[in-house]
Design a protein around this ligand. Sequence first.
Ligand SMILES: NC(=O)C1=CN([C@@H]2O[C@H](COP(=O)(O)OP(=O)(O)OC[C@H]3O[C@@H](n4cnc5c(N)ncnc54)[C@H](OP(=O)(O)O)[C@@H]3O)[C@@H](O)[C@H]2O)C=CC1
Ligand SMILES: CC(C)=CCC[C@@H](C)[C@H]1CC=C2C3=C(CC[C@@]21C)[C@@]1(C)CC[C@H](O)C(C)(C)[C@@H]1CC3
Length: 418
Amino acid sequence: MAPPQGPRAPLEFGGPLGAAALLLLLPATMFHLLLVARSGPARLLAPPPYLPGLEALWSPEALLLWLTWLGLQAALYLLPARKVAEGQELKDKSRLWYPINGFQALVLTSLLVVLGLSGGLPLGALPEMLLPLAFSATLTAFIFSLFLYMKALVAPVSALAPGGNSGNPIYDFFLGRELNPRIYSFDFKYFCELRPGLIGWVLINLALLVQEAELQGSPSLAMWLVNGFQLLYVGDALWHEEAVLTTMDITHDGFGFMLAFGDLAWVPFTYSLQAQFLLYHPQTLSLPMASVICLINAIGYYIFRGANSQKNTFRRNPSDPRVAGLETISTATGRQLLVSGWWGMVRHPNYLGDLIMALAWSLPCGVSHLLPYFYLLYFTALLVHREARDERQCLQKYGLAWHEYCRRVPYRIVPYVY
Ligand SMILES: NC(=O)C1=CN([C@@H]2O[C@H](COP(=O)(O)OP(=O)(O)OC[C@H]3O[C@@H](n4cnc5c(N)ncnc54)[C@H](OP(=O)(O)O)[C@@H]3O)[C@@H](O)[C@H]2O)C=CC1
Ligand SMILES: CC(C)=CCC[C@@H](C)[C@H]1CC=C2C3=C(CC[C@@]21C)[C@@]1(C)CC[C@H](O)C(C)(C)[C@@H]1CC3
């Protein structure tokens, strides 16, 4: 059994009480959104139209479908990869290896779906199953997080995450104890972060588009835009899969309920909210308006991709010609911080681009309802909180050099505003 760690990390998310509240609040919010999106008034802040009984949530077919989906994605993860990438250095100075075959999984899944559709797969029936599927995903996330909690009890101390090991079982269950839980080379966190949830999200979007086409004769322009933008986002994440290895989730956070539920349930069932809304509340969109929205998405994507790629290239090889000319600050750790290019504009330019895209995903749903803007509101809160967490960690890592960076680049996410 792992002995207790040395100095304890400060508690986050409001400590055990906050973690207990989030354990209930996150699934409740997800079901609220699913119910409200299909109701006539679709009011984000009103109570759901009805409270579903267990018979509306529990379905053995939905559970089977969900487990088959997880099995399929796990099988695709195990296929030979075009590349195997090295992760960041761990506490014990070792590094883990990760298969880079996420985009391949997306392509193979798409081929299977196309094959299925030509063979009569009733994809348009999926939207009717969203509630029991979300319930199965939530159940799986709870059980899986319990397994991860138990697994961490026998993990060596060097395998534990900096947070998530407070000794309070609820807090640790929520945050996650082990940094990179694996069985042999199968890395659970890396697998969940990019595969079943993200690919599931675009598949749900597609099913909503197919059902809209069945109901209305053809998919609406708004539905095409939401599908296109979000497919670009997911395709981009899988194409640049290696970049996820330097994100906070992989390098810092343990794998517990927060990420298991976030990856497996929250992402596919709430990130598809705009497409769900559009199926039940069709919107007409003029071509000029659609062009403006495309432009907003393109600007957001340009900033998001530019900033993420610049940092990843720099972290992998600071002498790469694409980043070698950028101005930097040296830190006592030997690592450098960029102070020009995207990272000289604000301290989190990638968040800015991501938020601009979030706006573009909601605009096709019109401005008559707040519900499709839930993602933008939630995401702003998530990124502001995430930025504060990252800032604390960077201050700890880089000390004076981080103060200097903040002096040189005073704004966090939005230039001259925040
Ligand atoms: N759609 C969604 O739901 C979500 C999307 N995201 C997206 O994921 C992406 C990754 O986000 P996240 O992991 O939070 O954070 P970042 O990719 O911004 O990584 C932060 C780290 O970057 C390094 N860094 C910070 N400033 C500099 C600098 N000036 N020069 C060089 N390195 C620097 C530091 O790590 P070090 O120095 O150790 O390298 C810091 O800890 C973002 O694009 C975000 O928008 C995130 C959360 C949810
Ligand atoms: C409220 C709640 C359940 C919190 C859990 C948060 C998670 C949903 C997010 C934490 C970080 C994420 C990232 C992505 C998806 C959402 C989660 C898991 C991400 C995979 C989306 C695609 C991006 O291109 C990305 C790879 C940069 C990104 C990484 C972080």
